[in-house]
Design a protein around this ligand. Sequence first.
Ligand code: 4NP
Length: 160
Amino acid sequence: MKTSVLFVCLGNICRSPTAHGVFEAILSQEGAKSIRSQVDVDSAGTGAWHVGEAPDRRAQAAARERGYALEHLRARQVEPTDFQRFDYIMAMDHQNLSDLNAMAPKDFSGELKLFLDYCDMDVSEVPDPYYGGDEGFSHVLDLVESASRGLLSELESRYT
Ligand code: 4NP
C-alpha cells in the first residue's frame, strides 16, 4: 500500500513547494529502494491567489543553490478530496494547521500535523518568507531539510 504526503502552506509558492521538492529529492537520494516507489508527494496552499503559478523565484533560486529543482511545480489550492487522497498532511505553520483542521472531515484518519513535528530543532513553524529577504528562504530550507529527514525515518520504519 502506498503512502501519500501532502505539504501545505498559505500560497503554495514558497514553503510547501520547497518541502515538496526537498522531500522528493531526499526520498530518492537517501530513501531505501523499497520505499521510493511507495510514497507519493504533492503540495498545496490554503489560499488560491497563486493557483497555476510556478514557485516564487526566490524559493527556486535558494533551492537550486542546494541542488533541488522546483521549477516543474505549479501551485494549487487544498481540495476536500485531499483528505481522502493523503495519509500525511503536513502544515507549515499553526494557521495552516488550524485552516486544515477546519476543512478536515470528521472521519479523516490520516496524520494532520505540523511538518516541524519531524524536525530535530526546537521550532514548530516554518516562517513565511514571502515578505522578507533572501535569508528567509535559506532558513526555510534548513528547517525543511531537517523535517524531511525526520519524516523519511518515520516512513522507513513503516516499510522495514
Ligand atoms: P507560502 O508564502 O505560503 O510559503 O507560499 C506565501 C506566498 C504568497 C502569499 C503569502 C504567503 N501571499 O499573500 O500572496
